[in-house]
Every structure is written in C-alpha cells, then in structure tokens.
Design a protein around this ligand. Structure first.
Ligand code: RNT
Ligand code: ZN
Length: 420
C-alpha cells in the first residue's frame, strides 16, 4: 500500500475508534512506551559464546538447521540490530550468561560485568535496556540435571556462586543503563523417574536461593525473578522448581515471579494466572512463548493466548508491574524472521488490547449485562485495528505489512549466506 493510502485508511479507522471513545493517536504513543524484552538466544539456538559447539542440555531443545546462525557476538549483535530495525516501539534485550565475551575461558562462577561490556556499549548506543539470566544448563556440572538443588555440596555451591556472580552482572546493567535489569533464575533440576524424596531437593533449592539473594541490591538496578516449570525432556517425573514452589518463594521473598507460557499443563494458560498472582507478588516477568504439545518454544503467534495475555495486562492496568519477555527458539526458519514475527505479534496484541473500550466492557459486566459484554467483545474483533498497526509502523519508520520480509530475505542473501 502507498503511504498516502495508509494515511487515508488510518484516518477512517481513527474516526471509527473515536466513536467507541478510543483515541488512536494516544494509543500509539502509549504503545511506544511498552518495552518488550527480546531474547538474544533465538539468534544462535541457545548456544552462546562460552563453548559454542557444546550440546544444549537442561531439558530444553532446539530443532532445525536453517543456515546462517550467528557464530560470534558481532554477528549476533548485527542480527539483533536487523531484527530490531523491523519492530516498532520500545525494546529491551535479554541476555544469558553464556553470551559473555572473554579472551580466556571463564568459568560460570567467575563471570564479571567486564565480560559483558560490549553488550552494555551496544545497549547504550541503541538506547535499549538489558535483562539477564544465569545459565544453569549446558555445562559439565549440570550433567545430572541438578544444579541449585544438587545433593553434592560442591556442585550446588558452584551454581550458587554462578547466580551470585550473575546478580552483579545484572546490577551493572542497571547502573550503566538507568533501567533495572530483570534477572531470571531458571534451573532444569528434576528427575526422569519417580523420586523417593521429593522434599529435600526443594528444601535445598530454597536454601540456595536464599544464599543467592541474600545480598541486597537496589531495585533501581536489579530485580530478581524465578521461573517455574512443569517438566523438561529427561525430567518428566519430577521438577524441583514447580509452580507451587516458586509461587511460595516469590511471595515470601518479595521478588518477581516469572511465568512462561509453555510451563504449565497444556490445559492451563498464563493469561488466566496473571490476575491471580498479582494479588500476592509485586511484579511479574512473562516469558511469552508458544507450546505445541509440550514446552516446544515455537515462534509467538497473534493467537488467542497471546491476545489474552496482552488483554490481561491492559485491562488489569498492570503495565508497571508486568515485564514482558519473549522465550522461543526455532532453528528451522530464518532466525531474524522468527524474532521479527514473534516480537511484532506481541506488539500487535498490545495494540489491539489498547484499542479495547475497557471501561465500557467493565461497566457492562458490572451491570450484569452479559449480552452486551459478549456482543461488544465480538464486534471489537472486526474493527480496523490493522489500519492503526500499519500507520503505526509507517510513522515509526519500520516496514509496513510484509515489507519486512523482503528486508530479511535481502539480509539473508547479503549477510547470512556468507556465514560458515
Ligand atoms: C526453559 C525456560 C528458560 C529458557 C531460557 C533459555 O524451559 O523457559 O526460560 O528457555 O532461559
Ligand atoms: Zn522461559
């Protein structure tokens, strides 16, 4: 569509939304400010730069061998730059500890802020915030799928030290960039088959976490989060860090709870959980993802659940208490396209949520007028939100519609296809 036409169509849509009491210009300004934290690990299949040829372990798996993956920090940053240039609005970058840069091998309990200085310089230049994660997988000492809950004191201590060191890195991000880094602890700990003692590993995990967070860090710089999980590959029978475990932990320690869309029973959805946990935890970190049959981490779609998550954040007025992160990794398609599709979809869902006449819908509910509630919700779906989206992309200088795909294809030809 020609820019002139995008503007014309937007003008009509603007009027239509105004009839429903929605100011589309204000909505777009609001959308600008909602940061989505893009995960660095979609760019290289969760390999990192520590031992990039090592196997991915910890019950997570990447499938596919699409050519052109990033092999170096420079390539990864170049790819992230490309993806970010195709996505409108505020973005952050979520790093894992294995994405450090060092001349000599550095063990995980020895990582320091200086190993991430290139990332910080990059983030400063782009004016994006950074988030962080200790990496408690893909390492000889996580080979048993036991880390912070390990019965071996030395192994457990190693992972405690890794998480303590990670908090220092995270704090340094917040200090350098002026926006708190959310540091999420996810561990793969569990058993393939039925354990006899389900309690002791959980007790050890609780004590390890207490050790990790014992040193206070200003919330202006760093926020602690913990991520539960139902099961992983190889830990089907028992996961130490279950939902109940971390719900209790986050509540009693007043830290963030991370909810990943793929980490619950397939009939459960994160969108239903946000309003429940918001009564007990001060802030939530989301890992927006897409499970198919299991925690498969497919690219986020603009589907019912992504929309429902966005609606919950907006309807509940939770924008300042919910941190939106993404967590998917698909190696079977162009990785920059994967980021672009998933992140644009999250933004589209947020836009649609902001275009909802929330007050009117809530009033219908309070009036027990469930007929109007259902009718309005359904009519909403065919309002021209996409005209607002196109105009939003155009006015924020990112490609409209599928134009971004041509750019990704060109980048693939010119950059990715020359990689080893
Ligand atoms: C694993 C968790 C975790 C990881 C990333 C790499 O099941 O979802 O968040 O995907 O930390
Ligand atoms: Zn996750």
């Amino acid at each position: 569509m020609k820019p002139k036409h995008i503007e014309t169509v937007y003008g009509i849509a603007k009027e239509q939304f105004a009839e429903h009491g929605i100011d589309t210009d204000a909505v777009m300004s609001k959308l600008d400010t909602i940061a989505v934290s893009m995960h660095c690990w979609q760019g290289d299949d969760v390999a990192g730069f520590e031992a990039p040829d090592g196997p991915l372990t910890g019950g997570i798996q990447v499938t596919g061998n699409y050519p052109g993956k990033a092999n170096t920090p420079q390539e990864l940053r170049q790819d992230i730059d490309k993806a970010m240039s195709l996505i409108p609005g505020d973005l952050r970058l979520n790093l894992h500890a294995i994405y450090l840069e060092a001349d000599q091998p550095v063990d995980r309990n020895e990582i320091k802020p200086e190993h991430f200085s290139n990332w910080v310089e990059w983030a400063k230049a782009k004016n994006v915030g950074l988030d962080f994660n200790p990496s408690c997988f893909s390492h000889p000492l996580s080979a048993d799928n036991l880390t912070l809950s390990h019965h071996n004191d030395e192994i457990r201590q190693f992972w405690i030290e890794h998480c303590q060191a990670s908090r220092k890195v995270s704090e340094s991000f917040g200090q350098a960039l002026g926006t708190p880094s959310v540091m999420n602890i996810w561990i793969p700990d569990g058993y393939k088959d039925l354990p006899v003692d389900r309690f002791s590993p959980r007790e050890r995990l609780m004590n390890s976490l207490d050790e990790i967070i014992k040193e206070p860090i200003s919330r202006d710089h760093h926020l602690d989060a913990v991520e539960s999980k139902l099961f992983g590959i190889g830990t089907e029978a028992y996961t130490v860090g279950s939902n109940e475990f971390y719900m209790g932990y986050a509540t009693t320690r007043d830290i963030l709870l991370c909810m990943d869309a793929g980490h619950y029973h397939p009939t459960e959805v994160v969108s239903e959980k946000i309003s429940a946990v918001m009564n007990y935890v001060r802030e939530v970190l989301l890992h927006v993802s897409r499970p198919i049959r299991w925690d498969s981490d497919h690219v986020v779609l603009l589907d019912d659940e992504t929309q429902a998550i966005a609606n919950e954040i907006i309807r509940g007025n939770f924008l300042n208490r919910v941190h939106i992160g993404l967590d998917f990794f698909d190696a079977s398609i162009n990785r920059i396209a994967a980021w672009t599709i998933g992140t644009r979809n999250m933004k589209k869902a947020l836009l649609k949520a902001l275009l909802e006449p929330v007050d009117r819908l809530k009033q219908a509910e309070l009036d027990s007028d469930f007929t109007s509630r259902l009718a309005l919700l359904e009519e909403q779906k065919s309002l021209p939100w996409n005209a607002v989206w196109d105009y939003y992309c155009m006015s924020r200088d990112v490609p409209v519609g599928e134009q971004w795909l041509q750019e990704v294809k060109q980048y693939e030809r010119e950059v990715l296809s020359n990689r080893a």
